[in-house]
Ligand binder design. Structure first.
Ligand code: ATP
Ligand code: MG
Length: 261
């Protein structure tokens, strides 16, 4: 079957003043994959992600999302097209329950978020019931039923991460961008998080694009893995292949092969 790319990054560069953060990068994220992006500190991973997610425009190059040129589009426009990035539960949402947090995610029909529908009571009630039922499905899928009525602020770190993941399911994302989702999560919770990412991928068909420093998580979840160093894409392959390549190990860690094991 032909390669079906959800994201195509074409010769993208980003310069900050005198600093070339991303330099003529091209890469693709295949539909249905969990694609990893790794590289040493300062490699340009977050800069690349920020361009894909619309946080800032490339200095040059193009970004294609699901066949459409999205270069320069803003995050809220990309959100409507089905590109989601997880963010920590914001402070103002910590006083809402887990279920309410999911219900707050804007609806997939433009202009039909719950807040705009509050002016049309009949329609609003139907829509709210639909959103609640969807939120309950997401809660079920992530096995968060026992904490659905807890305030988000009282959830454990791992449960908050699951809730962040759950928000991407409220709008049927075409791609989910995860930037260092493992940071600050202990091993047990990380396993749980990884298992849910896997289930979302395998059972529901979600595509993920993942930046991660945790090599165990990358090795478990991601295929392929794209390696960046000094603003450039230097390799792509599965983790086994990359670990077997001394050039990659050297460029990535500047050290011996043991460092990646
Ligand atoms: N907004 C910005 N303004 C100026 N320079 C920036 C900006 N964002 C990133 N940089 C620089 O661009 C380069 C790439 O940074 P980036 O954050 O993309 O790397 P990274 O691969 O995500 O690193 P890390 O693994 O540490 O998160 C770095 O030299 C960084 O200092
Ligand atoms: Mg980064």
């Amino acid at each position: 079957m032909a390669f079906d790319a959800v994201i195509e990054v074409r010769s993208v560069s980003k310069r900050f003043g005198g600093l070339q953060a991303v330099s003529n990068c091209s890469l693709e994220v295949e539909r249905g994959s969990i694609t990893g992006l790794i590289g040493p500190n300062g490699a340009g991973k977050s800069t690349l992600f920020n361009m894909v997610a619309g946080n800032f425009a490339p200095t040059s190059g193009q970004i294609i999302f699901d066949g459409q040129d999205i270069t320069g589009l803003k995050p809220h426009e990309l959100f409507k097209l089905g590109m989601l990035r997880t963010f920590q539960i914001a402070h103002e949402f910590s006083q809402m329950t887990a279920l309410e947090n999911l219900m707050m995610v804007p609806g997939d029909q433009p202009g039909e978020s719950l807040s705009t529908l509050w002016f049309k009571p009949g329609k609003a009630a139907a829509r709210e019931a639909e959103v609640r039922s969807k939120a309950l499905d997401v809660i079920d899928f992530l096995k968060l039923g026992h904490v659905k009525n807890e305030l988000a602020g009282n959830l454990s770190g791992g449960q908050k991460k699951l809730l962040e993941l759950g928000r991407t399911m409220m709008v049927d994302a075409k791609i989910v961008l995860l930037d260092e989702v493992a940071a600050g999560v202990n091993k047990t919770l990380l396993n749980d998080l990884a298992a849910n990412i896997e289930r979302m991928n395998k059972e529901l068909g979600y595509t993920f694009f993942v930046i991660e420093h945790d090599m165990d998580l990358i090795a478990r979840l991601c295929d392929p893995v794209i390696v960046m160093a000094q603003g450039e894409v230097i390799a792509k392959g599965n983790m086994e292949e990359l670990r077997a390549n001394p050039m990659i190990v050297e460029a990535y860690f500047g050290g011996p092969v043991e460092a990646v094991r």
